[in-house]
Ligand binder design. Structure first.
Ligand SMILES: [Zn+2]
Length: 113
């Protein structure tokens, strides 16, 4: 089997292409996606936690006279802040690990003379 320069170059190109695709894929936000339902027309709009542009687009396209609070009362910055604060509080209140059995008084106690 010969490894000609052109063949190597082709392989390198292929690798580069794959890496580029990977990077592009990585750009897509996959986490924090939520579905917000418009209160006025009941349409579901998929939004990410960081990108609420779709909501604005929906409002502009369908309910030009309405505000974010009218269409998506749950997706206003205030509501989001409240929600995240509540989530933080909940996670802080609920310990991750259930405490084991209540600490019993040590029964065995070495007696020292
Ligand atoms: Zn709507």
């Amino acid at each position: 089997m010969k490894n000609t320069p052109s063949r190597r170059a082709a392989r390198r190109l292929k690798k580069l292409e794959a890496e580029r695709k990977k990077k592009e894929k990585g750009k897509k936000p996959t986490d924090g996606i939520t579905k917000a339902k418009c209160k006025i027309c009941m349409m579901q709009v998929v939004v990410t936690l960081k990108n609420t542009l779709k909501l604005d687009e929906h409002i502009a396209a369908r309910h030009a006279k309405c505000t974010l609070a009218d269409c998506f009362p749950d997706e206003t910055p205030e509501a989001r802040a409240l929600r995240s604060a509540a989530a933080k509080k909940a996670s802080a209140a609920a310990p991750k690990y259930k405490p084991d059995k209540p600490l019993a008084v040590k029964k065995k106690k070495k007696k020292r003379k």
